[in-house]
Design a protein around this ligand. Structure first.
Ligand SMILES: Nc1ncnc2c1ncn2[C@@H]1O[C@H](COP(=O)(O)OP(=O)(O)OP(=O)(O)O)[C@@H](O)[C@H]1O
Ligand SMILES: [Mg+2]
Length: 607
């Protein structure tokens, strides 16, 4: 995705609002962390005091300061050894309180950052689950993965390392600035005079870092995408012997990542030195002015020294904050990338008053349906289809004609761009998505198996299915037999993509799933296309059992699969070209008849 594109789509709201929204549920913890930080700082300041008491008041002869006599154990009459003991105890107490505060600070800071990251991850995944499939047609999985992992981690680091730090530094700056004004108005003004330059520089710097960071993160996610695709396609890569091609792809994006990282680093490394130079210019100005004033006796040497020491204290958080500009830029980029996913609104919309359908009778009507994937050429034009409950419909036609597209509009994987689709007389957009999709079963060309046992994979059709129902479904699907022969039967683990099962076996698992789903509408998209004649027979047998009593739409190239359908629809170039039963279409003598003759000749040649 180009820079421009990112910028256009990125939200205008700043990092602060976005971060605030995410950390808001943890306000209580943040307050606790803040208090712990304060206590830690105070204990740090108090740490040298017991030593001072021992040196000045126990060993030396200084009288105890008045306030300390209020503390129990430091009674004015107490012996010096009692003072010493109390000071020693005080030292331990200060250390313990500081240590506890440090622990609370460290643990809860990490807690907040971890939970914020957790929230964001879940939010993004939740959103991704609801996006229309068109999103996945245009976005690479590797890049999405990169955002859910790397960008979320960057945000987490920011919350854990910088968020409260910025607040503390900001407060320190204001406090010390106030003190400096109190000490010497003129000098404080000199300090303030460099501030605009500093702000100007840091802002410019942040902007530039953001641009570079976007480039870097882009390159990194490209790398992710290349790796993910390559690893996923090992079979094809091996088959084509294209290892070198794939390695070169990685080499290219990996090198781009290195260059982008170095470019970013080159800029980042400038920050510290430039800020140091600005600070030293400021100190030099104070020294120069101060020397003049001292010579004119307008200022004591002591006052100048004190002011200079404050100046140093002042610039330490300023330098920190400047450094954090970096962290802020980085976190902003990551948040923008996360927002880019969250703001994607290709969600299939569900009406507020959507109805949860009763069991469908199974009437499906397409009324003048038009459709195009991304704003481009129309894939479907003015499609009218009328399917009665319980009918078996066959769809065929030349490849790329739009058959699968027709099927994917029914469960609303995509929404039609024009016209209407009705199920049982009601526009499908008026149903809840869950209710609609819950009543449509699928067997596709290739059944995807999830990593898990065979049993779990069948149960994917209906999570709440009982053991008996699963066994029953497997039997009906003609899958029982081969499952029983596997080393652990129904408990056998099948791989990420079911590599241990043959195509026919996978299809039968897919059918078992559909049987378990028991949906009134069934869509079969070339369920036997990938099978040889032998397995096709077994799978077709299973399908026959599955189809009983349902509205079934079967898409097939092999016309023998659909020739017995109640109605056959030929789709060509996105329109319904022919419609009728086998006899009708043969009589018509056009596309279907021609295809049928070619295929029956082929069959005859084979046998
Ligand atoms: N996800 C997609 N994004 C963009 N265009 C697509 C997408 N899927 C399909 N198309 C295009 O839409 C047209 C119809 O595709 P479709 O998959 O519906 O054809 P089909 O009839 O099922 O073909 P086949 O018989 O080869 O399965 C094709 O031109 C195809 O390039
Ligand atoms: Mg298709």
């Amino acid at each position: 995705m180009s820079q421009k594109h990112l910028k256009q789509k990125a939200p205008a709201s700043g990092l602060a609002t976005l971060v605030f929204k995410q950390v808001k549920p943890y306000t209580k913890w943040l307050v606790l962390i803040f208090i712990a930080m304060l206590v830690e700082t105070i204990m740090g300041l108090a740490a040298p005091w017991p030593l001072k008491i021992i040196i000045d008041n126990v060993i030396g002869n200084q009288p105890l300061p008045l306030w300390i006599t209020w503390v129990k154990g430091f009674g004015a009459q107490g012996s010096r050894m009692a003072w010493a003991a109390s000071a020693a105890i005080l030292l331990v107490v200060i250390t313990i309180v500081g240590a506890v505060a440090g622990y609370v600070n460290s643990y809860f800071t990490e807690s907040v950052s971890q939970y914020v990251a957790n929230d964001v991850r879940l939010q993004v995944y939740h959103h991704l689950q609801r996006l229309s499939l068109s999103y996945y047609d245009t976005h690479q999985i590797g890049k999405i993965l990169s955002t859910i992992t790397t960008d979320v981690t960057t945000m987490q680091d920011f919350v854990s390392n910088s968020l409260l730090g910025i607040l503390i530094d900001g407060m320190a700056i204001l406090g010390i600035l106030g003190l400096m004004f109190y000490l010497n108005f003129n000098f404080a003004l000199i300090v303030l005079s460099v501030t605009p330059f500093l702000i100007f520089f840091v802002t410019k710097f942040k902007k530039r870092v953001k641009v570079l960071m976007h480039e870097l993160r882009n390159d990194q996610s490209n790398m992710f995408a290349v790796l993910q695709q390559g690893l996923e396609s090992m079979r094809v890569i091996n088959a084509f012997g294209s290892q070198e091609v794939e390695e070169n792809k990685l080499k290219k994006v990996s090198l781009e990542t290195v260059q982008a990282a170095l470019k970013t680093r080159r800029l980042k490394s400038m920050l510290s030195p430039v800020v140091s130079i600005m600070v030293s210019v400021c100190i030099a100005m104070v020294l120069w002015r101060g020397a003049g004033l001292v010579l004119k006796n307008a200022l004591t040497i002591g006052a100048l020294t004190v002011f200079l020491s404050y100046l140093n204290k002042f610039f330490s958080p300023v330098k920190d904050l400047a450094k954090m500009a970096n962290a802020v830029a980085q976190a902003t980029v990551s948040l923008e990338r996360i927002q880019l996913i969250l703001k994607t609104d290709t969600i299939i919309p569900e009406k507020i008053d959507a109805i949860k359908p009763m069991s469908f009778k199974g009437e499906i009507v397409f009324k003048n349906v038009t459709f195009s994937y991304q704003s481009g050429a129309k894939v479907l034009r003015d499609v009218n289809i009328d399917i009665q409950p319980g009918q078996r419909i066959g769809i065929c036609g030349p490849t790329g004609g739009g058959k699968s597209t027709v099927a994917s509009l029914i469960p609303r994987f995509y929404d039609a761009t024009g016209g209407q689709i009705l199920i049982d007389g009601i526009d499908i957009t008026l149903y809840t998505l869950e209710g609609l999709r819950g009543q449509i079963g699928f067997v596709l060309q290739d059944t995807v198996l999830f990593y898990g046992s065979v049993r779990e994979n069948i149960a994917y059709g209906r999570m709440k299915a009982t053991e008996n129902e699963i066994l029953e479904a497997a039997k009906l699907a003609n899958a029982d037999e081969f499952i029983e022969k596997m080393p652990h039967g129904y408990d056998t683990l099948v791989g990420e993509r079911g590599v241990t099962l043959s195509g026919g076996q996978r299809q039968r698992i897919g059918i078992a799933r559909a049987i378990l789903r028991n949906s009134p509408i069934l869509i079969l998209d070339e369920p036997t296309a990938a099978l040889d004649t032998e397995s096709e027979k077994v799978v077709m047998e299973a399908l026959e059992k599955l189809m009983k009593g349902r509205t079934v739409i079967t898409i097939a190239h092999r016309l023998s699969t659909i020739s017995h359908s109640d109605k056959i629809i030929v789709i060509k170039d996105g329109v319904v070209a022919e419609e009728g039963n086998h006899q009708d279409l043969i009589r018509l003598g056009k596309i279907y008849a021609e295809l049928y003759h070619i295929q029956s000749h082929q069959e005859a040649d084979k046998s």
